[in-house]
Design a binder for this molecule. Sequence first.
Ligand SMILES: CC(C)(COP(=O)(O)OP(=O)(O)OC[C@H]1O[C@@H](n2cnc3c(N)ncnc32)[C@H](O)[C@@H]1OP(=O)(O)O)[C@@H](O)C(=O)NCCC(=O)NCCS
Length: 171
Amino acid sequence: MALKLRLPAIADETEAMAGHYQMLADPFMDFLLDYRPGEPFAAWVERVNGVSLGWHCPDPWLPGEFLFIETDGVVVGRVWLRHSLDAQMAEYEGHLGFVVLPGFRRRGYASQALAMSLARLHKMGIEIAVVTCDSSNEASIALVEGAGATFERMAVSPAMTRRRYLLTTWA
Ligand SMILES: CC(C)(COP(=O)(O)OP(=O)(O)OC[C@H]1O[C@@H](n2cnc3c(N)ncnc32)[C@H](O)[C@@H]1OP(=O)(O)O)[C@@H](O)C(=O)NCCC(=O)NCCS
């Protein structure tokens, strides 16, 4: 079945929370961005979908879309597409953040979701997407380089060292 990107829904609670707790040990990425421990899942859905639909943009969000990656009726990951970046995000985070849950990796889901995400960014008027990878994140580096990204330079701060890549958003 085809992979799709879609907004989270309240009915996703069980699998989304399971994915979130599974990813807490991951050094690179949270699953449910800005999920506050103990908060009702429905409250998180309302907050995050409000950002994606352009209704509000509370801290720490920037304008963008948070979408689940679904295939065959199962949530296998998520993407966070940022439509505009402040200076810190432009330097260290870029336009895209991906997670594919551990049980679903190496099936091409991130590659497909990346291609779909670039098309969405293109529709938002972004022609060149910045993607950054922690310099120790081999999977992320391989994914981005496999998608044809051009290495631009390192972004270095006292807290992190990231590889910055540029990807054209048109096929
Ligand atoms: C990075 C991540 C999103 C990749 O998801 P995925 O669905 O497994 O990626 P794909 O199956 O589309 O892999 C595409 C290519 O990336 C490379 N790749 C993916 N995982 C890899 C790994 N662990 N080691 C080396 N190369 C890897 C391979 O070249 C792969 O192609 P192949 O399987 O045909 O060899 C996933 O590992 C993840 O969620 N990691 C934790 C969160 C994270 O680091 N996100 C940062 C992304 S910018």
